[in-house]
Design a protein. Structure first.
Length: 591
């Protein structure tokens, strides 16, 4: 009889307390071999000697699996909720090149040279005026300078600079003088010239101005001039300007010539010098200025939340975490920075409305990788390019969603002057991870639910008198930074819940939280399983436990332990002085 009673009450009773206090975790490593199996009847009571457990870690209790969204750091042991966002197609902002075309044919003005008192001919003035224009894209806010490329349709080679040809008809002077003593040609000041080909004629250059000396009039002066850069904002006159007006670019230029010949014996009072000018259409490509390219980056990614352990599910669970984080990475080769206004949404398959949390003013760096930490509290977080504090960020996973989406509106920084390649396709690639250390905020509560069953084969042969009960008492040393509350109910052999009028399970006292997760706090606890209806124990097969861990003391509601990350190895429970007592009359065949 003694051995059968020991098996009957020791096993379920120890499992009851171990399961109750440790969320139903029954570990074969727990050593109860030292429990004295001697039992005694004292005043209608059957009592087992006291026993204790070894320290039980959260890792032993939670038993997380690969693929769960809650993981323990391999080095520190800290628990975190982690979900990686799905791959997102990159955004490809681009601004078209600007084609600048001739607006009207060039206007030639022959230069009349008058003979002075020294017998030399001299004059100065504009000999050519040309007019070009182009359409400015809306994305171009302001232009400071632009590099030019030739129009390939004109038969030029890719990468070739824009150029023009200018010829001054020196042979018009051949009848009156054989030599031009000095000739200065000034092109528009907004032009930066990368090369001037004058054949075998030598010259000096000062910016956009070139000077020749002692030129024979036996042949014309022919120049081929390459333009490297246009400098905007230059405005001298309607005949010599480079401006942006609205969505139009106007390039109007004049070629100025000053000429003085050698002394002539001619009696002519003046002579005229003609010229010609030719310039193909061209493109503005590499530019400096301010730009606002359209960034089609409405989707920063979504994630289907999978592998959610049961203790994060349920109506009585509140995942109010102290400092959840969304770690956003944006790779961009744009030459300007920008701003992202985002919206994080949590969706639920049950059709309930989404939880929406806006995140505004995310700063994106120019040309490189920007790391952003979106968090509830930025204190102590370092190593990110931008930090965004969002006080209600925890709302996203306060109830674990089935899907998280991150949408955005991105705009380039059009206030800073940068270099930009028109016609180039840029790349912006976002990605993000949701990482939430399992550290409770004040409203947090998680519930571990488990079932201890299979008792009926041991209980079916026995009958206890009405109002008999099992009472378990223990002292608990808690190093977990959370208040622990146990509740339970009985189930029958079909797994159905038994009513309190059949078997009532009561738990007295809350296990107090360790205030720092290091120093243990002791609490006494009593668990009572009472038969309220005759033969109910014969139908009992086990208990279902709810093990609630909360940041707030459920008894006084004022004591709160928060912002300490749960640790799989360091946070433990030790149960001492476990005592099991049966009160009542046992009726049965003990042979």
């Amino acid at each position: 009889m003694e051995n059968r009673l020991h098996r009957l009450w020791l096993s379920p009773a120890i499992v009851l307390l171990g399961g109750a206090l440790l969320a139903g975790c029954v570990n074969d490593d727990y050593d109860f071999d030292e429990v004295d199996s001697t039992m005694g009847f004292i005043g209608g009571e059957l009592q087992l000697p006291a026993s204790s457990t070894t320290e039980i870690t959260l890792e032993d209790v939670l038993e997380l699996e690969d693929g769960d969204c809650v993981v323990a750091d391999r080095v520190t042991g800290d628990y975190s909720f982690v979900q990686e966002g799905d791959d997102v197609a990159p955004s490809h902002p681009s601004v078209d090149r600007i084609r600048v075309a001739q607006r009207m044919p060039p206007e030639e003005t022959p230069l009349p040279l008058e003979r002075n008192s020294q017998g030399k001919y001299e004059a100065s003035g504009n000999v050519q005026v040309f007019h070009f224009s182009g359409d400015k894209p809306e994305e171009v806010v302001e232009l400071t300078s632009a590099d030019l490329s030739a129009d390939l349709s004109a038969g030029t080679t890719s990468g070739e600079s824009a150029s023009f040809d200018f010829t001054l008809n020196l042979t018009d002077l051949r009848s009156v003088v054989s030599t031009v003593e000095e000739l200065t040609i000034a092109f528009p000041e907004y032009m930066e010239l990368s090369g001037i080909d004058a054949g075998d004629r030598t010259f000096t250059q000062d910016g956009s101005e070139v000077t020749f000396s002692n030129l024979p009039t036996s042949r014309d002066l022919k120049l081929s001039v390459k333009i490297s850069t246009l400098n905007f904002g230059f405005y001298e006159s309607l005949d010599n300007r480079l401006v942006v007006e609205g969505n139009n670019i106007y390039l109007d230029g004049s070629i100025y010539v000053a000429i003085r010949t050698a002394r002539s014996s001619s009696s002519s009072s003046y002579v005229r010098v003609g010229s010609s000018f030719g310039m193909d259409n061209f493109y503005i490509s590499s530019v400096t200025g301010k730009f606002n390219p359209e960034i089609d980056m409405t989707d920063l990614g979504s994630v289907d939340v999978t592998g959610v352990p049961d203790f994060l599910r349920g109506d009585d669970v509140c995942v109010d975490l102290a400092n959840p984080q969304v770690l956003l990475t944006i790779k961009s080769d744009l030459s300007m920075g920008g701003t992202v206004d985002g919206t994080i949404k949590a969706f639920f398959n049950d059709g309930s409305g989404p939880v929406v949390v806006p995140v505004e003013g995310i700063k994106i760096n120019a040309g490189g990788t920007t790391t952003i930490c979106i968090c509830r509290n930025a204190d102590g977080i370092t190593g990110y390019d931008d930090m965004k504090e969002v006080p209600n960020l925890s709302d996203i996973i306060r109830r674990i969603p089935d899907r998280i989406e991150f949408s955005a509106v991105a705009t380039a920084d059009a206030t800073k002057e940068v270099e930009f390649e028109l016609g180039r396709t840029y790349d912006i690639q976002p990605s993000y991870t949701v990482k939430a250390p399992i550290a409770f905020a004040e409203d947090a509560q998680i519930v571990y639910r488990d079932t201890v069953d299979g008792w009926n084969s041991d209980l079916e042969d026995y009958e206890l008198s009405d109002n008999s009960y099992i009472e378990l008492t223990a002292n608990v040393e808690n190093r977990i930074p959370a208040f622990l509350t146990l509740s339970a109910y009985a189930i029958d052999v079909n797994g159905k819940r038994m009513s309190d009028s059949e078997i009532e399970v009561k738990v007295d006292n809350t296990i107090l939280a360790s205030s720092n997760g290091v120093e243990p706090v002791g609490s006494a606890i009593v668990v009572k399983v009472e038969q309220k209806q005759s033969d109910a124990l014969e139908r009992l097969d086990g208990l279902v436990f709810d093990f609630a861990a909360s940041a707030r003391n459920p008894q006084d509601r004022t004591d709160v332990v928060d912002n300490i990350t749960l640790n799989s190895r360091n946070h433990t429970i030790l149960i001492n002085d476990i005592k099991v007592k049966l009160v009542g009359t046992v009726i049965g065949d003990f042979n």
